[in-house]
Design a protein around this ligand. Sequence first.
Ligand code: TYD
Length: 136
Amino acid sequence: MKSSVHDCSIVSLSKIHNRAGNITIVEGDKNIPFKIERIYYLYDIPGGESRGGHAHKQLHQLIIAASGSYNILLDDGENKKTITLNRPDFGLIVVPGIWRELFEFSSGAICLVLASHKYDPDDYLRDYEEFKSYKK
Ligand code: TYD
C-alpha cells in the first residue's frame, strides 16, 4: 500500500451564503472523488480525549469539522503531518493506508465523516506495528 500523507488533501466545499445562514453541499463522485456509502459523526467528545488510532485498508473518507475544531495527525509509516480542521466548508480527504489520530477537540466539536464503504471491522488496522508491516 503505497499511499502517502501527501495524497490526503484539504478540499474546499461549496458554500451558499445568504442572510439566513450558510449551506454546504457534498456530492459523491462530484466534488469528492468517491461515492458516499456511509455517514457518521462524532460529538459530545469530552475535553482531552482523542479518537482514531487506526488505519483503513480500503476506505476513503472525507472528514469535516461540521462544528468547532480539532486536529488530525496523519501518518503513512514514513511521514507525518498534522492538520487543523476548523471550518465547515472545508474537508480533509483521507485515502486508504493512512494511520490517523484526532485530538484537541474544541467544546461542542462535531466530526462529520463521509465514507466510501459500509462499516467493515476487517478493514481496520488497529495495531500500529501491524500497520507498519502492512505498509512495507
Ligand atoms: P471507531 O472507528 O474505532 O471510532 P474512532 O475512530 O472515532 O475512535 O469506532 C468506535 C466504535 O463504533 C467501534 O466499536 C466500532 C463502532 N462503529 C460501527 O459500528 N460502525 C461504524 O460505521 C463506525 C465508524 C464505528
